[in-house]
Design a protein around this ligand. Sequence first.
Ligand code: TGC
Ligand code: FAD
Length: 386
Amino acid sequence: MITDYFQINELLSDEQKIIKQSVRAWVDKKILPIIDDANQKNISLHTLIKEMGELGVLGSFIPVKYGGAGLDQISYGLIMQELERGDSAVRSTASVQSSLVMYPIYEFGSEEQRCKYLPKLASGEMIGAFGLTEPNHGSDPGSMETKFSEKGEFVILNGAKMWITNAPVCDVAVVWAKNENGVVNGLIVERGMEGFSTPATHKKWSLRASSTGELIFDNIRVPKENILPNISGLKGPMKCLNSARYGIAWGVLGAGFDCFNSALKYAEERKQFNKPIAGFQLIQKKLAEMLTDLTAAQLMALRAGQLKNEGKATPAQISMIKRNNVKTALNVARESRQILGAMGITGDFPIMRHMMNLESVITYEGTHDVHLLITGFDITGISSFK
Ligand code: TGC
Ligand code: FAD
């Protein structure tokens, strides 16, 4: 098995190595034996969230004081990588909980909000969701229609969010909505609030071990104390996305290397024309290009982690690695599938499952093309969006 062609492991601290190994061992034991069945039967693995809490993978970068693990950003990346080797659905649950729910509550929340929600989210006692995308507004969240107006000690929230990871099973949702002046704010909506419903999305061919759904707000009375006090404007959700996109750039390396190693092993064992197919030049070309691209993506993720640890990673750099690394992993999945021939379409190998998952990953957290346009904006200073 090849996972570290450029000896990146040597650049990790002892603590980072231990974290990587312990998450890897958990995935081997808890995810790999059940993941194909969960995907085939469309069973959501959010049920493992308390175990993930015990493992320390929920809010790993949140301070210990609030239930997090107080780890650095490279550790967070390694956790995402090892979880996504199991399945993108497992990484999705951990990254939504960590980057899109705990991060905004920690970064933009009041001390009361931090103390009320973060420890329960870190332990998995509570499941969180993040509501930005709407039926009519995906790439352009600034045009969102979900809105709230003040009424005494409450605000009245109306609107709908769509394509929301863990919506059907969430206990709390960080929801982005406009106030009466059209300014985006973050609100913590809790299950049980009257008028709040979370129907599931069915018939997915991707992320089948993840629960996806809608968040519907029908005149919900949300206490004013549930508004995140320390942020306003679209930059609020976008800052959360910086953290989640960075995690995805690491996560997809897990899926990509899993596909590559499955294809390598198969190519060494499968014989055609009386020799292992690994001996044919066209198969070697595929293997060599896959490993080169995965290694380059790994090095980009590591450097982004160093910059993030120093507080210097720019949103545009994160867009670049999200786009590059997801595309790399998806290409690797497609090429690996070909190496396996017909066997590649079965659940006996992880490749087709990873490939279908990555078709969502290349769309969510900003589509492949949107990230290219963000890079274009960064290079030229001219926004193509407006
Ligand atoms: P624009 O005018 O460029 O920006 C509005 C304000 O936001 C600021 N900003 C950022 N701040 C920090 N980090 C970033 N990445 C930022 N991007 C923008 C910007 O500086 C500005 O601030 P200010 O102070 O001037 O007001 O916005 P725009 O309307 O032109 O839109 C462009 C943008 C950035 C929204 C678009 O490029 C984009 O990224 N669209 C993609 C939307 C997206 O990624 N949605 C993801 C939904 S969540 C999800 O998919 C979760 S899946 C989870 C899972 O299961 O793992
Ligand atoms: P659209 O924005 O309608 O885009 C359609 C196509 O048009 C794309 O190819 C896009 O690149 C292209 N396009 C759009 N604008 C431009 C432009 N200016 N120039 C060129 N091309 C353009 N969202 C959440 O808020 N929370 C979640 O937890 C969440 N989880 C998700 C889970 C899954 C499984 C999936 C599939 C999605 C999830 N999403 C979530 C939503 C996701 O973020 C959106 O799907 C994504 O941002 C794209 O929006 P859209 O699907 O509406 O596509």
